[in-house]
Design a protein around this ligand. Structure first.
Ligand code: PLP
Length: 387
């Protein structure tokens, strides 16, 4: 049940921040909290039951993303997976002056990690995206140098929903590698916001590493993964008991991993239908707002964006005042990334698309499985009255 402030409505439009656990995922997880609570590293029979559940979940996820089971590393969050991919690749390169290529609109898990590494001598190129939030494969290729060890580019931007041409970028990187004399370059994509609606088959995408997070796809919090292609070198960030083949030590969260696997399966099964429904609602929302409220701009591309993302700039208004006003009507939206929602800073993503005057005046609405056209109509009416 959602908290609905003073309103008797509860319209959650922040599905990019997190999603509820689906019935199917919840049901699949339940036995692993109590009946099969064992440690999968224990060699006794009950422990091996837990290990069996972990193996089934890993195989299922590997199949769904076109990988081998050995290529799936479970972590506790996408932030951990991203740290493992970035820090692990830099360390594994053993170069004195490693270089990373990324963009200036990445999630803070990527940007903050890159900035930390800069303090330790890593060089980072932050490619500037265009006014719609896109980076081209040509710009990526231009940024690659002899000492580039990692390219990390998000598949879908969490604020404005832009879908990057990941397969094209992967092709450009591969062709660069064919020409290079010696090259340790690997390509990672943060696909956290893509998994509900887009192809996440690692072979189709051509990536070396990919991050996914369970709680963005109607699975539980506390489970995420890093796909790491066999043969790619990584130095672990978290060391200990050598779980996850040494890449992520710590007892695996079996209920969360089982729920993650079920949620990913379900997401794949309903992807087509959900994408169609979201696209219609998104189109309805954007058209209604742009046609009936003046001083509103759509941030990001209208066509090439994930179907559940809408991000508007309300010129002259402040998102930090709009959010509580919408709250009072039972509408829950966001000023941008959930991780930075409590930090009243201008959005780096909106600034990057040359809309600096909108950086503190934009709201993200992200739709989900329970969103209806009535919810959108109500939201548009309330936005109108607030504005
Ligand atoms: N990457 C993107 C694109 C995200 O949207 C998020 C969460 O908002 C993350 C990474 C971090 O995910 P997690 O909460 O699983 O650490």
């Amino acid at each position: 049940m959602l908290f609905s402030g003073n309103s008797n409505k509860s319209i959650y439009l922040d599905y990019a921040a997190t999603t509820p656990v689906s019935e199917r995922a919840f049901k699949a997880m339940r036995p692993y909290f109590s009946d099969v609570f064992y440690n999968p590293s224990s060699l006794h029979i009950p422990g091996q039951k837990a290990q069996g559940a972990l193996d089934v979940a890993r195989n299922s996820i590997a199949d769904l993303i076109g990988a081998d089971w050995k290529e799936v590393i479970f972590t506790a969050s996408a932030t951990e997976s991203i740290n493992l991919a970035i820090r692990g690749a830099v360390k594994a390169s053993a170069l004195k002056n490693p270089h990373i290529v990324t963009t200036n609109i990445e999630h803070s898990a990527v940007l903050t990690t890159c900035r930390e590494l800069e303090k330790e001598g890593t060089e980072v190129t932050y490619i500037a995206v265009n006014k719609d939030g896109f980076v081209s494969s040509e710009r990526v290729e231009e940024a690659i140098k002899e000492n580039t060890v990692l390219v990390t580019i998000g598949y879908v931007n969490n604020e404005i929903g832009t879908v990057q041409p990941i397969a094209e970028i992967a092709e450009a990187i591969e062709s660069y590698k064919l020409k290079a004399v010696s090259c340790k370059l690997v390509f990672h994509t943060d696909a956290v916001q893509a998994a509900n609606y887009l192809d996440i088959n690692v072979k189709n995408l051509g990536v070396d590493m990919m991050t996914l997070s369970s709680h963005k796809i109607y699975g539980p919090k506390g489970s995420a993964l890093l796909y790491k292609k066999e043969g790619i070198d990584l130095v672990p960030v978290i060391t200990g008991g050598d779980q996850e083949r040494g890449y992520h030590s710590g007892t695996e969260n079996i209920p969360a991993i089982v729920g993650f696997a079920e949620a990913l399966k379900e997401t794949g099964e309903i992807m087509e239908e959900e994408s169609k429904k979201m696209r219609e609602l998104q189109d309805f929302f954007i058209t209604k707002v742009l046609n009936s409220i003046s001083g509103v701009l759509l941030n990001g591309s209208r066509e090439n964006r994930i179907p559940n993302n809408v991000n508007f700039c309300f010129e002259g208004k402040k998102s930090e005042t709009l959010i509580p006003e919408l709250d009072s009507y039972g509408i829950y939206a966001s000023g941008g990334s959930a991780c930075r929602a409590r930090v009243p800073e201008p959005s780096h993503v909106i600034e990057a698309i040359s809309r600096s005057t909108c950086a503190k005046s934009s709201l993200r609405f992200t739709l989900g499985r329970s969103t209806t056209q009535k919810d959108i109509e109500y939201t548009v009416n309330k936005i109108k009255s607030i504005i």
